[in-house]
Design a protein around this ligand. Structure first.
Ligand code: GLA
Length: 403
């Protein structure tokens, strides 16, 4: 039974819900549009400085605010509601462990380090690992018996330049050393690794990106070293754990599958495909997602929903699909309901594919900490997650929990 709520914490203004979030979907499937377009991740540090800052986080709210009639309770939370379906994950920074500990504890049972395991953060210079943040998140998961996603080895953003200098013979030992170190430290708590992130570009026909990170040898050896590191820990333990991850997978799937086939033909083990799912309220359609799921399943891969959030803006409108920042809107009850409806239809689809989906991860917890407050329009409020800036549940929370 669905429970309908309104957001008492928000003034019901006479402001009409802006149509900016409901621009026509990309009908030709050509130009990319979502936050992922042009490369998700605002900072894109590639100089090994360890910068990341892809969240636009603020610290509003402090600890869980409670209030309303929401009381975090693991017995009735999301993870419990989905115990027969799939783990419910959240991508977090160490700050979440003190800003929303109650929500984490009550609603989730899987974690991704939003930034702390990215190469540029964790090994900014060769052989020098900064484990602290990732360790804090991993320990929080371990203490609760939860698993994590290891995010990520190969990515063209937020990875240091020193890794990919020289020939493949120069690169291979760096890859192996990094992957060995990561698997040694987190192999016990990570149940799936994003071995490769975002190899496919947005260009016509969605070719592989022209970056040294996506050289076929690099991709092959990343999967191979990941498998070897896991197998060295425990025979058979690599099974089901190695993923390719990308955004706009519904547009890119016909490029992703041949790329993975090429790597598999060389002997790479690839177990699944992560759909980041940085989606809009009106795009992509459930039908498009379903047909993408079907292609993935037909090709023999597992599916994970790795970075789910729902932007209320379309900043890449037709016909040009060029960045055209949409004006900021307020989170009215109507908009809250629209976001909720979207979450509801997405989770209905996910439940339908539960035998193929290994986890569903939200890219954040509450709207005060999301990269979408920064990217692609710095300072513009967005409302992509399940909890408000004040850490109260939105309609979306109830839509996906009560089914
Ligand atoms: C991509 C990356 C994530 C994150 C998001 C947005 O989707 O995979 O790590 O950076 O962009 O911040």
């Amino acid at each position: 039974m669905k429970i309908t709520r309104t957001l008492r914490t928000f003034a019901i203004s006479a402001l009409l819900v802006s149509l900016t979030f409901a621009c026509a979907p990309n009908s030709n499937g050509e130009a990319a549009q979502t936050p992922g377009a042009g490369g998700a991740g605002a900072a894109g540090a590639t100089d090994g400085t360890g910068a990341d800052t892809s969240t636009g986080a603020t610290t509003a709210g402090g600890a869980d605010s409670g209030g309303d009639d929401y009381v975090p309770d693991a017995a009735t939370g999301l993870a419990a509601a989905y115990s027969d379906y799939f783990p419910i994950g959240a991508a977090i920074e160490p700050t979440h462990l003190t800003s929303v500990p109650g929500i984490l504890e009550a609603e989730f049972n899987h974690l991704t380090a939003e930034n702390r395991m990215k190469w540029g953060n964790i090994e900014p210079t060769e052989g020098n690992f900064t484990w602290t943040g990732a360790d804090q998140i991993a320990d929080f998961a371990r203490e609760r018996g939860w698993k994590m996603t290891g995010h990520t080895f190969i990515w063209y953003r937020e990875s240091p330049n020193w890794v990919f200098k020289g020939t493949i013979d120069d690169i291979k030992p760096r890859l192996k050393a990094h992957i060995d170190a990561m698997v040694e430290r987190y192999g016990d708590v990570v149940d799936n690794w994003d071995v490769v992130n975002e190899a496919i570009s947005d260009g016509a026909g969605y070719p592989v990106r022209d970056n040294p990170q996506y050289d076929e040898d690099v991709l092959y050896w990343a999967f191979e070293y990941a498998k070897q590191a896991l197998e060295a820990q425990e025979a058979g333990s690599s099974a089901g754990k190695l993923y390719y991850n990308d955004y706009n997978v519904n547009l890119k799937i016909d490029s992703i599958l041949p790329l993975l086939q090429t790597l598999a033909d060389r002997g790479a083990q690839i177990d699944g495909i992560g759909l980041q799912a940085h989606v809009r309220t009106d795009w992509p359609s459930v039908a498009d997602l379903r047909s993408t799921f079907e292609k993935i399943v037909d090709a023999g891969y597992k599916i994970k929903i790795s970075e789910l959030d729902v932007t209320v803006y379309n900043d890449y409108p037709p016909p040009t699909y060029a960045l055209t920042p949409a004006p900021e809107v307020e989170l009215t009850p109507e908009l809250d309901a629209t976001i909720g409806q979207r979450y509801g239809e997405l989770f209905e689809l996910f439940r339908e594919y539960k035998d193929h989906i290994t986890s569903v991860t939200m890219w954040g917890v509450s709207d005060d900490h999301t990269w979408l407050n920064t990217d692609p329009v710095p300072g513009r409020e967005n409302y992509p997650l399940l909890f408000t800036d004040e850490h109260l549940p939105k309609q979306a929370y109830y839509e996906i929990k009560d089914f």
